[in-house]
Ligand binder design. Sequence first.
Ligand code: SF4
Length: 275
Amino acid sequence: MENKECHILSLSGGKDSTALALLIKEKYPEIHEQIEYVFFDTECELEETYDYLNKLEVFLEKPIKRMKPYKSFDYLYSMYKFLPSIRFRWCTMHMKTETFRKYMNNKIKEGYSKINLYIGIRADEPERIENYQSKNLETEDGTLKTRYLLAEEGFCQKDVYNLLDSTGIGYPKYYDWRSRSGCYFCFFQRKMEWVGLLERHPELFEKALQYEKNAGKNFTWCQDMSLEELKKPETVAKIKQRHQEKLSKVKETDKKLIDIFSDCDSDNSCLFCHT
Ligand code: SF4
């Protein structure tokens, strides 16, 4: 095998992986020169994500490779006949992980004996690093090596915000109403985020609702409520009220708006979608 080394950063379209890419460009120019920025596209992403990636390409002065899944969500859904969920995340498995693994295998076939994979986990998320390490992404022969430069550099949430603000790239537009990148129907969404989808992208909300209806009455995207129920004006009003209550508390602690939704367990979130 040739002694070739490559560097890969999988971008999610979220703030942390974006900050990592910008950090690499600023502090590690030798890596930036060689690195491949890759986006594993599920083809079910929000247009705001694509817009942000386009903007990031300008800041990075490098292209971001867009990798399509081998099987579309519609095809997979017709096979499984039920919605993906936290318990059986077939969406991630096929639409992200499978594409990622094939991408890595192709690198090995191309003669790369060392692949450095950069992951946007911060210093204030040590449990996520442990979680990623437990997934055995690294190969025993050392071909695949994961690197956590944000964590190594001591980057916490506020440092990510500072970097995105100071470079001028700012945040993806979906942060106005949602805390995470990923598919428009992602089941990690909070109810207020579903309301955001209903109001900002009603056609996507309807699409998600149709998937849910076709899946039968035992399957819903939210754990305790159908989207048909959620979109009722009285339900929307209740969800908004609860959100406002939460918002007033968050303001007191002077947190960023985009943190308001993110009180779910990040350990359980998608390996590729939410960094
Ligand atoms: S963003 Fe959500 S729905 Fe999409 S692949 Fe990841 S976990 Fe699945």
